[in-house]
Write a protein that binds this ligand. Structure first.
Ligand code: UD2
Ligand code: MN
Length: 589
């Protein structure tokens, strides 16, 4: 909560001193573009202010917002668009359209997506926890305004301050140019967003979405605005740069452009598309939030898909994976994030623990979104053969990799549940996730399936055998887990104490790559004192089983060195993904 008064005489700081820099670690490019030097913002914020004859307001605005924007560690530009022509009434919509076009022309090919904040000059934010960044849906920020007793005069109000990605502004064809004088252009704009399938929302945290309005005389009203809103939103298109018309709000199978059977080879040298060209965007109607989340702009996905990949020493597989799946996921019109969870090398590989970490990380990255989280638990080496298998969850946890080429597309045993599984976040939570005690190859998948049964979640196999087919990239097997049979026999005793609720790990770093998020994990060095084991010891479980599990966790060095040589031969492949580590990514403190 900020302590300030709306009286502009108290806002002189920026106009007195010579230096407008609030933070010493900020810089400008001399063209109004400000950015922090110590970290890399995820979006490029351009605040567009339609302007005429409000000089005092502008001073107050700058004094008020510059320190806020810099505390929020944003990459920002304040773009004041002045209608110089006094012969006509003020046209806010045209100023926004001009602002968007200008912003585009000023921007180089930056990977950070353009986030527009469409801003009345007289609204002063009361709480700097409201960051000027965009999220999935165009968002109305000025939900509470002091002069309106912090209540919205009508439900669909969309005027004041709005955050919207540049691409979304483009798709909606911006504002109408026909609203001269006060009123109506905001409602018309909201109507366009709805029509374009962009689902405008109000900022949901009402305790921080609050503003004070500087007192001013009302502008001359637009007498025709009411009639205008009723008319066809498509009649005037001047700002259009690209015409995308969406009929449905929700992404539907009609819009998904399946190829069906895919034609590809498992040889990774043929998978270079994403790592060659400069543009990683496969569909022009897709965008990223700069944090590894990708979503379509033309419709609203019903679920939020998080693909979790346990990972270690499989760099070339990862490249193949991305090349293979990014186009598929975008054709399937999913709202998706690829989360690669990498285990450090102190112990044998623990696939289950990595899934638990992935689940926790995904939850921490998710805002209160309406769409349910759908987890795709994914081996890195399995390539989908038919893109009609959509990466969405259904009622029961579902085993997707029913047919794998190396198994002649037949299940080696009925209850196999390894490979690729789709499960809602809530179901994963209910089952207490995976066991953390399976080190090395094998067993964790069967144990997981048993937990689902125990939790009453009815695991099923994907029933369409003709599309649930995968090719597995050829690889060596890691060391077998000798304790797996003993662990199975203790399954039901362990479920409550060994899993999501007992996983112990340290996040070494998070890298926001362009197409995926890489999270590097350190496992506890002394397993015996870790909650992963202790919780079950104190639960009265057979000490011998746990002891055996701990004993199997040790890495056999020869295996590791073999993997290292394999890696060094492919390391020089060109990789165009952006590499931003978490210490570089801007985080508000
Ligand atoms: C089978 C299962 C797999 C898992 C495993 C037993 C199928 C199709 N697959 O896979 O789901 O249950 O048996 O643990 O049923 N990984 C690394 N680095 C390593 C080791 C593993 O990244 O050093 C990851 C990677 O995502 C890999 C996955 O763990 O795809 C499974 O390991 P795998 O592919 O070596 O085992 P595989 O094919 O026998
Ligand atoms: Mn495999």
């Amino acid at each position: 909560m900020l302590n300030f008064s709306k009286n502009y005489t108290t806002y002189k700081s920026l106009h007195k001193g010579p230096s407008p820099v609030v933070q010493s670690t900020y810089t400008t490019d001399g063209r109004g573009h400000w950015f922090p030097l110590t970290c890399r913002p995820r979006q490029r914020t351009v605040i567009v202010i339609p302007f005429r004859d409000r000089d005092d307001h502008l001073k107050i605005f700058l004094d008020h917002y510059v320190p806020i924007l810099q505390r929020q560690l944003l990459d920002y530009t304040i773009l004041v668009v002045e209608q110089r022509d006094f012969t006509r009434r003020f046209n806010k919509g045209v100023m926004f359209n001009a602002g968007y076009k200008t912003a585009l022309s000023m921007i180089d090919d930056n990977q950070a997506p353009l986030c527009l904040i469409l801003h009345d000059i007289d609204l002063l934010l009361e709480n700097d926890l409201l960051t000027y960044e965009c999220s999935q849906h165009p968002t109305h920020l000025s939900v509470g305004i002091d002069t309106m007793q912090y209540r919205m005069p009508y439900t669909l109000l969309f005027g004041g301050v709005v955050a919207i990605f540049g691409e979304q502004f483009n798709i909606s064809n911006g504002f109408s140019n026909l609203f001269f004088g006060w009123g109506g252009e905001d409602d018309d704009f909201r109507g366009r967003l709805g029509k374009a399938g962009l689902s405008p929302v109000h900022y949901e945290n009402r305790s921080i979405a609050r503003y004070s309005m500087i007192i001013h005389y009302p502008a001359v009203r637009n007498e025709v605005s009411f009639g205008r809103i009723q008319k066809n939103h498509k009649s005037d298109r001047v700002a259009v740069t690209k015409e995308i018309i969406v009929e449905q709000r929700n992404c539907s199978t009609l819009e998904q452009k399946f190829v069906g059977m895919l034609n590809f080879s498992k040889n990774y040298t043929t998978y270079k598309s994403l790592h060659k060209g400069p543009s990683p965007v496969v569909q022009s109607t897709y965008t990223t939030d700069g944090r590894g989340r990708w979503f379509p702009l033309t419709c609203r996905p019903r679920q939020r898909t998080i693909i979790v990949i346990p990972f270690r020493d499989r760099d070339e597989h990862l490249k193949i994976f991305l090349d293979h799946y990014v186009p598929i996921l975008q054709r399937q019109l999913l709202d998706y994030t690829i989360l690669v969870v990498e285990q450090d090398s102190t112990q044998r590989f623990n696939r289950g623990a990595m899934f638990n970490v992935g689940h926790k990380t995904a939850l921490s990255m998710t805002d209160e979104d309406q769409a349910p989280l759908c987890f795709i638990l994914h081996d890195i080496d399995l390539l989908l053969e038919n893109d009609r298998l959509t990466y969405e969850c259904s009622q029961h946890p579902t085993h997707l990799s029913v047919g794998v080429d190396t198994f002649e597309y037949r299940l080696p045993y009925t209850y196999l549940f390894g490979g690729v599984v789709a499960i809602f976040g809530e179901q994963f939570n209910i089952s207490n996730g995976f066991s953390n005690l399976f080190f090395g190859w094998g067993g964790e998948d069967d144990d997981f399936r048993a937990r689902l049964v125990e939790a009453g979640l009815f695991p099923v196999q994907h029933e369409n055998g003709s599309i649930a087919r995968y090719s597995m990239i050829t690889h060596d097997q890691v060391e077998k887990n000798e304790a797996r049979v003993d662990l199975w026999s203790t399954g039901p005793e362990r479920f409550h104490c060994d899993g999501l609720n007992s996983v112990e790990y340290k996040v070494d770093s998070i890298h926001y790559k362009e197409h995926y998020v890489l999270i590097k994990i350190d496992m506890p060095t002394d397993l015996k004192t870790s909650s992963m084991c202790l919780d079950c010891f104190s639960g009265g479980l057979k000490t011998k089983t746990i002891q055996k599990a701990v004993n199997t966790s040790t890495v056999n060095n020869t295996v590791n060195s073999v993997n290292n040589t394999v890696n060094s031969t492919v390391n020089n492949t060109v990789n165009s993904t952006v590499n931003i580590t978490v210490s570089e990514i801007c985080k508000m403190t």
